[in-house]
Ligand binder design. Structure first.
Ligand code: ASP
Length: 421
């Protein structure tokens, strides 16, 4: 069995959904688990709906729900011209339920409310895509991922209970392949022991594909994207990008740790654990090879990869009492940073100072200064960028640092990082 994942862009309109069907038709008779995301930008819209529910703004709420419904109805009108299709009733009922949430109590636990509402995007999408595939004579069954993936109660970032999920997949999902070829389900969603819906974190549908592949010991996972595979840099910031043909699980985790955003970072681990290859392929050119991520690292070093992070701020802390930056000082600094929930992109210390690089927009400068200024002299520098090069050489370094001031650099055997002004 193969697992396929189609993200929001690959189901954003009727033509895109028809394209999904044409990709699936390249795999006749094959057993497929197909995971879909919410259509287009529906998840963002649903997040706005949650805000409107919280602030009890009825006008805003009903306007947003109307827009979301219209968006789905337009897609359905193109896919199912005759309104007698049962899917219209299914979708209308889902919207009726959403509208009725306005009358319900919005509990103290906003993350809980979020999950109950925002998960709807994937439910709508999977219902429409499965109805279309059935209409096109594919052998398809709709599957409720909220009944397969068991998580804890961490709403908005459910932690998977692997044992229970594996049991549910084996008992409730795999037997359905006896009389169907394609099981179509939702990304991003799970459920608690009590049956409440949870979500796995934004962009979590890739992770769903990884979880289902792990639990069913699938042959492979394919993530269908609007790029030809994993590129060695983001084409928005880099000319002449190259496609990586094959990289190891370890390399993929390293790249996503440094900020490459092609695959949701949690996706790799379950696949690595069961040695299930992951393909990243283009839904615009489905017959081309794409990138494979697998166990072997023999090709990792062939092409250097570049990861850019902009809007960075560099803070340096020097103890006012002239004490050295050793373990005690570091533990105080880390304690304070963790209290502020600061995520560090890079750090470095010398005898008397400790420097961190952070996302400028995520860290409140005044708060940080307030917390440290009594005991430390704090200096900062903003509007910087961080460039990470995996498998660098001098030429690649010159290329990215040319004409820039290097404020800080770090090199290990495979990775070079530069803070640039
Ligand atoms: N629909 C969710 C999101 O936009 C999950 C996903 O697409 O992966 O974050």
């Amino acid at each position: 069995m193969l697992v396929f994942k189609f993200g929001g862009a690959s189901v954003r309109d009727a033509a895109a959904i028809q394209n999904v069907a044409s990709i699936l038709s390249l795999y006749p008779g094959k057993k497929l688990t197909v995971v879909v995301s919410a259509m287009g930008k529906s998840t963002n819209k649903l997040e706005e709906i949650v805000e409107a529910l919280e602030t009890k703004n009825h006008k805003l709420f009903s306007g947003l729900v109307d827009e979301l419904e219209e968006f789905h109805m337009d897609i359905m009108a193109a896919l199912f011209p005759e309104r007698h299709f049962k899917i219209y009733q299914t979708i209308e009922e889902l919207f009726e339920k959403l509208r009725s949430r306005y009358e319900a109590v919005f509990s103290e636990n906003k993350s809980f409310e979020y999950d109950q509402v925002v998960s709807l995007g994937e439910v709508l999408s999977s219902q429409i895509v499965s109805a279309y595939l059935i209409d096109q004579d594919f052998s398809v069954q709709w599957m409720d991922a909220r009944k397969l993936i068991r998580t804890d109660h961490s709403y908005q970032e459910g932690k998977v209970d692997w044992k229970k999920t594996e049991q549910l997949v084996r008992e409730n999902m795999l037997p359905s392949f006896i009389d169907t070829d394609i099981l179509l389900t939702q990304g991003f969603v799970g459920h608690t022991l009590e049956g409440f819906t949870t979500t796995l974190g934004r962009e979590g549908s890739d992770y769903t594909a990884g979880i289902l592949a792990y639990c069913s010991e699938a042959e492979s996972v394919t993530i269908w994207k609007d790029v030809p595979g994993m590129l060695n840099a983001d084409p928005k910031y880099f000319e002449n990008t190259k496609k990586l043909e094959a990289i190891s699980f370890k390399e993929a985790i390293e790249l996503s740790y440094y900020g490459a955003s092609v695959i949701h970072p949690k996706t790799i681990q379950p696949l690595q654990n069961r040695n299930i290859p992951l393909y990243v392929k283009s839904f615009l050119d489905p017959k081309s090879d794409g990138t494979v991520i697998q166990a072997s690292s023999s090709q990792d070093h062939l092409i250097p990869s570049y990861i850019f992070k902009f809007d960075q701020a560099l803070y340096s802390f020097t103890p006012k009492d002239f004490s050295f930056i050793v373990e005690e000082n570091l533990s105080v600094i880390f304690g304070k940073l963790s209290d502020l929930n600061v995520k560090i992109n890079l750090m470095q210390n010398s005898a008397l100072s400790f420097s961190i690089l952070v996302d400028q927009n995520k860290v409140k400068r005044t708060q940080l200064l307030e917390l440290f200024q009594k005991e430390y002299e704090v200096k900062y520098n903003e509007d910087l960028s961080l460039v990470t090069i995996r498998h660098y050489d001098e030429e690649t370094i010159n290329q990215v640092t040319k004409g820039k001031e290097v404020l800080l650099q770090q090199r290990t055997r495979h990775t070079a990082r530069f803070v640039l002004k």
